[in-house]
Design a protein around this ligand. Structure first.
Ligand code: KG4
Ligand code: ZN
Length: 362
């Protein structure tokens, strides 16, 4: 039996969780506490790093205590402490990693520094017991990536955004239209009563031989369309949201289909390969339906972990810690690990100029 305490503080959620893995049985989430800072940032229309770091300092002790209490175990029953060490906002990362170092040192337990993206990448093994290899679509506020996941520590990025992340495009569109933060859910809500055919927005990269995503041109098209008909009525806003969402779903489908075909070609022996979706944008029903349909058409299995585990949480960090322990991939120098605001999952693929958002949300 292994039990790991996970800590996550890379953006605007303060989270702690205990996950266990018994011999020859499924993993179990014994506790999973997430404190969102959304209200603290809402007035600013986005995450403010300084406010986030302070909020983590204030909350983390209590959140860790609550996660241990909920799990029914003491620190002495925990085998290791796993903490997000990057990528993300460096203030929050320092709070989480330093707290984890202090707990691990005081309790005499090993410390495991986890890449936040690895947490997202391995979640489907925690929730669905998925076997390697599989394809991951990560769509969040800070990242838009397609990653081939072939083993613990074996990740190959097949596509990324060359400008805005998808969640960021939703948030910026919402802001332009006067919808409250966070934008994604509000754009989806408005889109429900909008006409998706009223505006012919571009489908960025559609048909391109290059594998990557791009969303900033779409954002510009939304701005221009809004300016042309300003002042906007409520129905105008709904129509723009619906047209924007349709363009996003269409562009996404084109990019993901390319990756599905590549996966098929590279792993011909796998009869029913899997596409896993993670990140906050996975909450969007139109996008989910598009991906589901794509998987049906191509014979892929579609795996969408429960939303609570798709968005930022510490259970995925504890689980990544367990996976690393099981694979003997624990860094002996973890106590010297310095938080990394930028930390690509796939160290081999070249960085893409302009991608990501100030190292913030992942
Ligand atoms: O994974 P997440 O909770 O946090 C990180 O980015 O790490 O993702 C948040 C992002 C935000 O940009 C938010 O607007 C977007 O996910 N989002 C959505 C929806 N719900 C959240 N985007 C589109 N439709 C939604 N229903
Ligand atoms: Zn994330």
């Amino acid at each position: 039996m292994i039990r790991v305490l996970g800590i996550e503080t890379s953006c605007d959620e303060t989270a702690a969780s205990v996950v266990s893995l018994a011999n020859d049985s499924r993993p179990e989430i014994l506790s999973n506490i997430v404190l969102s800072q959304i209200e603290e940032h809402a007035a600013f229309g986005g995450v403010v790093p300084e406010i986030a770091a302070r909020a983590h300092v204030e909350a983390l002790d209590g959140i860790v205590e609550a996660a241990l209490a909920d799990s029914g175990f003491d620190l002495s029953d925990i085998d290791a402490i796993a903490a997000t060490a990057g990528p993300g906002l460096v203030g929050g990362l320092i709070v989480g990693l330093m707290t984890a170092k202090a707990i691990a040192a005081a309790a005499g337990k090993p410390l495991i520094a986890i890449n936040h993206l690895e947490g997202h990448a391995l979640t489907a093994r925690l929730t669905d017991g998925l076997e390697f290899p599989y394809l991951l679509l990560l769509v969040s506020g800070g990242h838009t990536q397609i990653v081939r996941v072939a083993g613990v520590g074996d990740y190959q990025r097949w596509a990324t955004t060359i400008d805005d992340a998808l969640g960021e495009a939703f948030d910026k569109t919402a802001k332009m239209l006067g919808l409250p933060y966070p934008g994604g859910p509000n754009v989806e809500k408005a889109a429900a009563t909008g006409d998706s055919t009223r505006f012919a927005f571009p489908r960025p990269m559609k048909g391109s031989a290059q594998p990557d995503f791009s969303f900033s041109g779409l954002k510009t098209a939304v701005r221009q369309a809004s300016a042309a008909i300003a002042p906007l009525t409520e129905q105008d806003v709904c129509d723009i949201c619906a047209s924007f969402q349709a363009a996003v779903a269409d562009a996404l489908a084109d990019r993901v289909l390319r990756a599905l075909n590549r996966f098929r070609a590279e792993f011909q022996a796998i009869e029913t390969p899997a596409l896993v979706v993670a990140g906050g944008v996975a909450a969007n029903r139109a996008i989910k339906q598009t991906l589901e349909q794509l998987c049906r058409q191509t014979g892929f299995r579609f795996v969408a972990p429960p939303l609570k585990l798709c968005t930022d949480n510490a259970a995925m960090i504890a689980w990544a810690g367990i996976e690393r322990l099981q694979s003997g991939m624990v860094d002996a120098d973890a106590f010297d690990f310095v938080p990394r605001s930028r930390w690509p999952l796939d160290g081999v693929s070249a960085p893409v100029v302009g991608s990501g958002r100030r190292g913030a949300k992942a």
